[in-house]
Write a protein that binds this ligand. Structure first.
Ligand code: BG6
Length: 472
């Protein structure tokens, strides 16, 4: 049985392009769907134009990451920096930007761990094809992935295809789904989801072809749902909430096909996606080398029967787009046994142990955590200090859960929490912070952009230096 953390455990920290880079139209970069969405909200909160300005602070940030002792840095390449219009000319300035970032990381002893696509589809592909609605988007993704493998594959060995496809697909604005009829919206969603799986598989095959020793896999947004009661119907509902939001995707990544149960769901709702002859071979050839898990919180569900007015599979949104109810399957509930963060995330370290064991049993591949963290509005003191004991507590308990999972036999390669530097929240501006390093930026975008290590930085530095032995 594994005691403590393995010698070569990958202690890391994570980020994504649109949330840290800024320089949104510099260096030849094209607009992305993430830019488009964030600009819509820019009167109330920060957008992706400047973000943490990593585009101009990368050297300083990497120096801080080295001081922190990171073994690995998980970040994403912006597709629209490499291919501004999604499937046309390659932008040499974009290549040069990531070349210098990758070289600097390696020079500082930090292994780059690169996500190819993190919520930021080039907007030109929306204009041309309505994005993932069209199979050509999957081919464009494969082409872009090949460009990255050819340029960076000599130095980058860990690749992540797509961040949280299973969550992204539920969020209409990330997918550019603007359809009034809910059934049509779900039909489009199912088709897009399928095309993304295809793109994922094509990119995985290309990685093995072009990157010697390369490993590639997706990151899933984990959902661990508890039944509201021990009524068998509630237990089934909780399982189905997990299954329809994550389990079906794990099966596709692992086996290259949808299960009979998932097909029944698609058929019942009459939203089966169109496939081409030969797709099955592509999907089966492109299965994952490892599974990355993004974990923040757990969920709770009860049964919600369908009725005449509410056909099986139809959705009810109450508050947010990711935790909806589905008639005939499950209803989202609050778990009274858990405390929630200021932003409503139900904090649950035990859930991480459950997720790691559960996903390992399903996929039987090495695993890594590429996101985990606590979003909170930190305060910068006059002396440049940031006291974030709540974040240290959260991370400590989740690292303990990783250690337990390792002891359970889960081959966990690393832990790369969210986030290295403070960054733009995916949809809640700059007040909600996750970083080990405070960035003087705000929702009015008037900050100095200076960097300040938080208390959690000094704490995590010690955790890494002792390979997880000292969590005090
Ligand atoms: C994950 C995303 O789902 O959650 C990140 O991959 C995101 O991009 C993170 O930032 C935290 O969510 P939020 O909304 O608090 O930024």
């Amino acid at each position: 049985m594994q005691q403590g953390f393995p010698k070569d455990f990958l202690w890391g920290a994570s980020s994504s392009a649109f949330q840290i880079e800024g320089g949104w139209d510099e260096g030849g970069k094209g607009k992305t769907v993430a830019d488009f969405n964030s600009f819509k909200r820019s009167d109330k909160q920060a957008d992706s134009k400047v973000a943490s300005d990593f585009y101009h602070h990368w050297k300083e940030d990497i120096a801080l990451m080295a001081e922190l002792g990171l073994k690995v840095y998980r970040f994403s390449i912006s597709w629209a920096r490499i291919v501004p219009d999604g499937d046309g000319e390659v932008n040499p300035e974009g290549i040069a930007f990531y070349d210098q970032v990758i070289d600097e990381l390696i020079a500082k002893g930090i292994q780059p761990f690169v996500t190819l696509y993190h919520f930021d589809l080039p907007y030109a592909l929306v204009d041309k094809y309505n994005g993932w609605a069209d199979r050509r988007c999957a081919l464009a993704f494969e082409r872009y992935a090949r460009i990255c493998f050819e340029h960076f594959g000599d130095r980058v060995k860990y690749w992540q295809t797509i961040n949280e496809q299973n969550l992204m697909i539920r969020v209409d604005e990330r997918m550019n789904i603007y359809v009034d009829d809910p059934l049509e919206a779900d039909r489009l969603r199912a088709q897009m989801d399928y095309h993304i799986f295809l793109g994922n598989a094509l990119a995985s095959v290309a990685c093995h072809e072009l990157v010697p020793g390369g490993k590639i896999g997706p990151a899933v947004s984990s959902t661990c749902t508890y039944p509201l009661t021990n009524r068998p119907e509630d237990v089934w509902a909780a399982r189905m909430n997990d299954y329809l939001k994550t389990g079906y995707a794990l099966e596709m990544y692992r086996y290259g096909s949808y299960s009979d149960l998932y097909m029944r769901y698609l058929e019942e709702r009459d939203i089966v996606p169109k496939a081409f002859l030969g797709d099955e071979e592509i999907l089966k050839a492109g299965v994952l080398d490892y599974l990355a898990v993004n974990y923040y919180r757990t969920l709770c569900a009860s049964a919600l029967p369908a009725d005449e007015e509410h056909p099986a599979g139809s959705r009810v949104y109450r508050g947010n787009e990711v935790d909806f109810d589905q008639y005939g399957w499950c209803r989202d509930e609050r778990n009274e046994n858990l405390e929630a963060s200021e932003y409503g995330a139900q904090i649950d370290p035990m859930g991480l142990r459950i997720v790691l064991n559960d996903y390992y049993m399903r996929c039987r591949v090495p695993m890594i955590i590429t996101e985990n963290g606590l979003g909170a509005p930190d305060t910068l003191g006059a002396d440049g200090s940031v006291h974030d004991p709540y974040r240290i507590d959260y991370l400590r308990q989740h690292i303990e859960a990783c250690e337990l999972a390792l002891g359970d036999g889960v081959p966990l390669m690393g832990y790369s929490p969210w986030s290295a530097v403070d960054l733009l929240s995916s949809h809640q501006g700059f007040r909600k912070r996750y970083g080990f390093i405070y960035v003087d930026q705000n929702d009015q975008q008037t900050g100095t952009l200076d960097r300040y290590p938080k208390d959690s930085f000094h704490w995590y530095k010690k955790v890494i230096a002792t390979n997880g032995a000292d969590l005090a």
